[in-house]
Design a protein around this ligand. Structure first.
Ligand code: TPP
Length: 330
């Protein structure tokens, strides 16, 4: 017997897909502004752009509740925004202003937002595996039903701590999901030069459930993440979600000449044929679930929201020099 699809279910799905589209586009526009701030020399330091990988953060975070936990990486803007962070406070943080998430003392690579379950980005490759697994341990002990997600790039597969954490997570059946974003490059080196064997085996060796997904397809990421989150909430243990993706920009905003490690043809292939935002946009239009003018209106709204957030951050004040040592742990 086939289940009957109720109109309310369809409406709910359409709402979800449009929400995910909006989130992905917001991340893209946010980062266009970040690049612009860097080019105008308004942002101290560097930033690692997430453009091209938006479907991973959005598909995974959409499967979570607000109170669930995430930990992020040096390439973390997408994770923070997908979990519900405010662009105003993020831009303020990037510009070193007091109104920022960490009072301007963290910058792009250190945004944390406890109100949305974001336990923090981390500049140390694989630095948050222990934090995410510890959060899952606490959720299990407290019995609060929360799930913890650890985002990391495939470069983190070379860090021993990941294997210590996965071992414990599986032994204790912790509600943690390790989300590996394989964007093909660890800085300027193709991952096949740093990572032996196949990636899923590294988790299956511990008996951890693995799903591999097209990281450019937000609907596929969402479906896989939902399955793993439900499983974790039911007490069935950790999982590993491998998302195959690509970063559209350089390793960081200053990485402009990239031809010595990846070709222009490769970049063109991904940006013109595998853009996660274009992909879902074309699908929504082909299914007549929305129309081009509604999506255009949405784009204009997002652009004006991000511009207002940038203006807020540019006008915000720097922290008082007397407070430079406050909230800093070293
Ligand atoms: C422990 C550690 N080693 C080296 C670095 C320098 N480093 C910063 S980002 C990076 C590459 C990370 O690659 P990956 O984990 O694949 O993430 P991606 O940048 O591709 O998103 C390296 C080696 C670091 N931050 N931490």
């Amino acid at each position: 017997m086939t289940a009957t699809v109720q109109p309310s279910d369809v409406a709910h799905r359409v709402e979800l897909w449009l929400r995910m589209y909006r989130r992905m586009l917001s991340i893209r526009v946010f980062e266009q502004q970040v690049n612009d701030l860097y080019m105008r020399a308004l942002m101290p330091g560097l930033a690692h752009l997430y453009s091209g990988e938006e479907a991973v953060a959005v598909g995974v975070c959409e499967a979570l509740n607000r109170s669930d936990y995430i930990t992020s990486t040096h390439r973390g803007h997408g994770h923070c925004l997908a979990k519900g962070a405010s662009p105003k406070e993020m831009f303020a943080e990037l510009l070193g202003k007091e109104a920022g998430y960490c009072k301007g003392k963290g910058g792009s690579m250190h945004i944390a937002d406890p109100a949305t379950g974001n336990l923090g980005a981390n500049a140390i490759v694989c630095g948050s595996a222990g934090i995410a697994t510890g959060a899952a341990f606490s959720a299990q002990r407290l019995g609060n039903g929360r799930v913890s997600v650890c985002f990391f790039g495939e470069g983190a597969l070379g860090q021993g701590v990941l294997y210590e954490e996965m071992n414990l997570a599986q032994l204790y059946k912790l509600p943690v999901i390790y989300v590996c974003e394989n964007n093909l490059y660890t800085e300027y080196t193709h991952f096949t030069e740093t990572t032996a064997g196949d990636i899923p085996s590294r988790a299956t060796a511990f008996g951890i459930k693995v799903i591999t997904v097209d990281g450019q397809d937000v609907r596929a990421v969402y479906d896989a993440a939902t399955q793993l989150v439900n499983r974790a909430r039911q007490g069935r243990g950790p999982a590993f979600l491998l998302c195959n993706t690509y970063r559209f920009h350089g390793h960081h905003v200053g990485d402009i000449n990239r031809e010595y490690y990846r070709s222009r043809q490769e970049e063109k292939l991904w940006t013109s044929e595998r853009d996660p935002i274009t992909k879902v946009r074309e699908w929504l239009l082909s299914q007549q679930l929305t129309d081009a003018s509604s999506l255009e209106r949405m784009r204009l709204e997002i652009e004006s929201e991000m511009q207002a957030a940038v203006d807020f951050a540019v006008a915000a004040k720097y922290p008082d020099p007397d407070k430079v040592e406050q909230d800093v742990y070293a």
